[in-house]
Design a protein around this ligand. Structure first.
Ligand SMILES: NC(=O)c1ccc[n+]([C@@H]2O[C@H](COP(=O)([O-])OP(=O)(O)OC[C@H]3O[C@@H](n4cnc5c(N)ncnc54)[C@H](OP(=O)(O)O)[C@@H]3O)[C@@H](O)[C@H]2O)c1
Length: 222
């Protein structure tokens, strides 16, 4: 399948100086209020926000646009969730009747699970047999009219999207915090590459310094 060239896919993440997306206990409010506002501005400009199921299980996010004035309707929330593990009482499903929500599962998800998710107003797409087939999914989303998609992690999803070559832009805010923790999730998890030469090479396009909060935001293109 040919990947659409006019589909814009952005990864946005906040990480510590040592590359962690969260502490080993799952704490992930890393960057400043100013950065949070920037992220919500970015959310207001995209058609969909995508996260992995572990992020929903740990953070229970809303994935809506807040902290800014916004006349557009909220972007579609898309959860990558092979087995349909999303809790029926998660904030995402509790608001699925009013904010467009797609739960992307695989053939591993039971019919019963899918029915329960749909009853709460979310749409369900089945793509892939074990893990969600992201290349196929993004091509489907393109056909459905999505042109600008924001991926907000976590580390496993970031790896798959980067490895599959479906990301055009990577935006990373680095906060002046060192967390450590060998079990703390990093910006990119997954299997990884065995040599530096195999690693994904990106071009730095912009640096924004937030002196008050000792933060920088880096913009990279592929
Ligand atoms: N600082 C930040 O900017 C930020 C942003 C987001 C998240 N986080 C943190 O990141 C942590 C969660 O990250 P995580 O790496 O554990 O998990 P994740 O990326 O949120 O979710 C990964 C899960 O998604 C499912 N999945 C299905 N198909 C997949 C595919 N093709 N590729 C990858 N995953 C697929 C898998 O579970 P199934 O097999 O069960 O479907 C997989 O384990 C949380 O602590 C959260 O707070 C931080």
């Amino acid at each position: 399948m040919k990947f659409p060239t006019d589909l814009k896919v952005i990864i946005n993440s906040a990480m510590t100086l040592d590359g962690k997306l969260s502490s080993y206990t799952g704490n992930s409010r890393i960057s400043s209020k100013k950065d949070l506002v920037r992220v919500h501005k970015l959310r207001s400009k995209v058609d969909a926000i995508v996260v992995g199921i572990n992020t929903v299980l740990i953070d229970n996010p809303m994935l809506t646009v807040r902290f800014i004035r916004n006349n557009r309707s909220c972007p579609t929330r898309i959860i990558i969730d092979s087995y349909g593990r999303i809790p029926l009482d998660s904030k995402i499903l509790k608001t699925a009747a009013t904010i467009k929500t797609i739960i992307v599962v695989t053939k591993q998800a039971s019919k019963d699970t899918i029915e329960k998710i749909k009853e709460l107003g979310a749409h369900v797409i089945i793509v892939g047999s074990k893990l969600v087939n992201l290349k196929k999914l993004f091509a489907m989303l393109y056909k459905m009219g999505y042109r600008k998609i924001l991926i907000e992690g976590g580390g496993e999803l970031n790896w798959s999207c980067l490895h599959d070559g479906i990301v055009n832009e990577l935006i990373i805010t680095i906060a002046p915090i060192v967390l450590g923790g060998r079990n703390a999730i990093t910006l990119v998890e997954g299997r990884g590459y065995s040599t530096i030469s195999q690693g994904i090479k990106l071009k730095l396009t912009k640096i924004i310094q937030n002196k008050n909060d000792n933060e920088i935001t880096l913009y990279y293109n592929n």
